[in-house]
Write a protein that binds this ligand. Structure first.
Ligand code: C2E
Ligand code: MG
Ligand code: MG
Length: 556
């Protein structure tokens, strides 16, 4: 019997409530365990069930079976991140009761499901009001007819609410949600309905078709909630995004409406934060592309990283005018999607937990390549990118060290770039990891420095060797009216010198910018002016042109 069933944790959760039921399914054997309360209430054969999907399916109300099956299939095919569905289920006495079923899948590194676990909550007779905000709950959605009455629905979500909670704590998070929901309710017309959808997401339903009125409402809501004053006088900045759907034009049932609202909100958050975006064919296509992208990426990983390739962009030493090394940048082509850029596919890798597997592949290719070039071109400084979440993998350090040993690389020439340094939630732990990697000889760089307001704060915590100045400051240095950018870059480099860091200026796009940044004495320069990121053969041609430092000395 699988370990996941035989633990005290299961027992503890199972006995915590008599109207919340838990289930855990071992996907390899298709055997699941259900809490005793669920067995009794729904009249199941026993705590352990084989082929539970089928057994449980027979308890689901025939009218709800389609929505239930689609939701479950969506989770296993990767279309949805979580199983989250409300439906009627038959209990032991043959009566149908409303339940809210939420669950998620744990995948192995190859992308196969290993565990499916979740909670089922009886929502029959439960309060129709949310206990925190006093707003209606989603249960209310069962009573609306979306097919015959025209209207507009908005799903409004707070941006980065998880980050707000980690900065301010749960109590402040609750206070914000309460205040936000009050402001929103006050701005809504009395005949509109406001519901708490989930954690930081709210649903507004208006049975009218005046789009302009809805846009104005949203604008006002953004203005009014831009900063929320707390009871203790503190002010917290809040940003929101929203998805909108017209019914019955774009959705004539609850399920379709929720689906399209979620896709539209997701689109707004990813592409136009802060905006209200109405459902369109583009959003449907975007969502579809996301699904294909995920499936193709999974295939690539399972096929030995087929389709992944490293490109190389030279680092130029301003002191010598030669190539001192390069940054390794990931490229990928899938079976069906051939035109995805890192900004897009890396986000998918991060969101679905594939970035670690791919990241180790990148690390190995980069280190192996550094060694392969050594004989012909001397020691090049080779960097590769690592997202914060990759450092959270406990094996990261050990694998980095094993990798340099395996290929005989000198870690002094390997630069690890931390991307998106703004998202670091545990800087002390990260500082310890950096410290140990540096003891082993690795070099650490903070990528895109200067964009996140937390960048400066990061410097206080993190022991690093290089600062890479974010290219948005650099790219337009030569344009009129960008004197401020120059002052920022100049001051950042001065700060690097005083604090003893090396600096890399990236985004040197053309000769004009190169002339401006030249006198700033950065350690290394990088940008389209010298070369775009290029494949290995092309990079080697550049090196063969003699633009390297063959003396093999490190740049100090
Ligand atoms: P980054 O690490 O800041 O990489 C620099 C990006 O700037 C690259 O985009 C590069 O092509 C682009 N770039 C270089 N010079 C110029 C220039 O002169 N002008 C302009 N406008 N852009 C320039 P790319 O290759 O699309 O990568 C985007 C981001 O994706 C990277 O930003 C990095 O954060 C991430 N990334 C790339 N490869 C990996 C990887 O292997 N692992 C992880 N975790 N992230 C990666
Ligand atoms: Mg980088
Ligand atoms: Mg960068």
């Amino acid at each position: 019997m699988s370990d996941i069933f035989n633990n005290e944790l299961f027992e503890a959760f199972a006995s915590a409530s008599d109207h919340v039921y838990i289930y855990v399914c071992d996907m390899k054997t298709d055997i699941s365990r259900w809490s005793k309360a669920a067995v009794d209430y729904f009249g199941l054969e026993g705590e352990y069930l084989e082929d539970a999907a089928n057994v449980w399916g027979q308890h689901v109300h025939p009218d709800d079976l389609k929505a239930y099956t689609e939701d479950i299939e969506g989770v296993f095919s990767g279309k949805r991140k979580y199983h989250n569905c409300q439906y009627r289920a038959r209990n032991a006495s043959g009566r149908y009761v409303w339940v809210e079923c939420k669950g998620s899948v744990i995948w192995d590194a190859q992308g196969n499901p290993i565990i499916f676990a979740g909670l089922m909550t009886r929502i029959d007779g439960q309060s129709k009001y949310d206990s925190l905000t006093g707003l209606l709950t989603t249960q209310e959605l069962h009573y609306f007819d979306f097919a015959s009455q025209p209207g507009i629905a908005l799903l409004i979500g707070m941006d980065g609410f998880r980050k707000t909670i980690s900065n301010y704590g749960y109590n402040i998070g609750d206070e914000l949600l309460i205040r936000f929901s009050r402001i929103m309710s006050d701005l809504c017309k009395p005949e509109w309905r406001v519901l708490r959808f989930s954690g930081d997401e709210f649903l507004v339903l208006a049975f009218m078709s005046d789009l302009r009125e809805m846009m104005n409402f949203y604008k006002e809501l953004c203005r009014e909630t831009d900063t929320i004053k707390l009871e203790d006088g503190r002010k917290v900045g809040v940003s929101i995004s929203a998805g909108g759907v017209l019914f019955p034009k774009d959705a004539d049932s609850r399920e379709v409406l929720i689906n399209k609202l979620e896709h539209s909100l997701e689109f707004a958050k990813n592409n136009q934060r802060g905006s209200l975006i109405f459902f369109s064919e583009e959003i449907a296509r975007n969502h579809e592309r996301g699904l294909v992208l995920r499936e193709d990426l999974k295939q690539s990983i399972q096929n030995g990283f087929k389709g992944f390739e490293l490109y190389f962009q030279p680092f130029i030493s301003p002191a010598f005018g030669t190539i001192a090394g390069c940054e390794c940048l990931l490229r990928w082509k899938g079976e069906r999607i051939r035109d995805s850029y890192p900004m897009e596919f890396i986000k998918v890798l991060e969101d679905y937990g594939y970035i670690n597997a791919v990241g180790f592949w990148v690390m190995e290719q980069a280190i192996r390549q550094q060694v392969a070039w050594r004989e012909r071109y001397g020691e090049l400084q080779v960097s590769f990118n690592v997202s914060y979440q990759q450092f959270l993998d406990e094996t990261f350090e050990e694998r980095a060290i094993a990798c340099v040993k395996k290929y005989g690389a000198d870690p002094n020439y390997i630069i690890i770039e931390l991307t998106e340094s703004c998202q670091v939630e545990a800087p002390k732990e990260l500082a310890a990891i950096f410290g140990r990697l540096r003891e082993q000889g690795f070099r650490i760089a903070l990528d895109d420095f200067g964009t996140a307001y937390a960048s400066m704060e990061m410097l206080k915590w993190l022991p690093v060797d290089y600062i890479k100045v974010e290219h948005s400051f650099i790219r337009e240095l030569a344009q009129p009216g960008h004197d401020i950018d120059y002052v920022i870059v100049d001051s950042l480099l001065e700060m690097c010198r005083r604090l003893g860091y090396h600096s890399i200026i990236e985004g040197v796009e053309d000769g004009k910018v190169a002339d401006i940044v030249g006198p700033l004495n950065a350690t290394l320069l990088q940008g389209y002016h010298y070369s775009h990121p290029i494949c290995r053969d092309d990079f080697e041609k550049l090196l063969d042109d003699g633009k390297t430092r063959k003396d093999g000395q490190m740049i100090k």
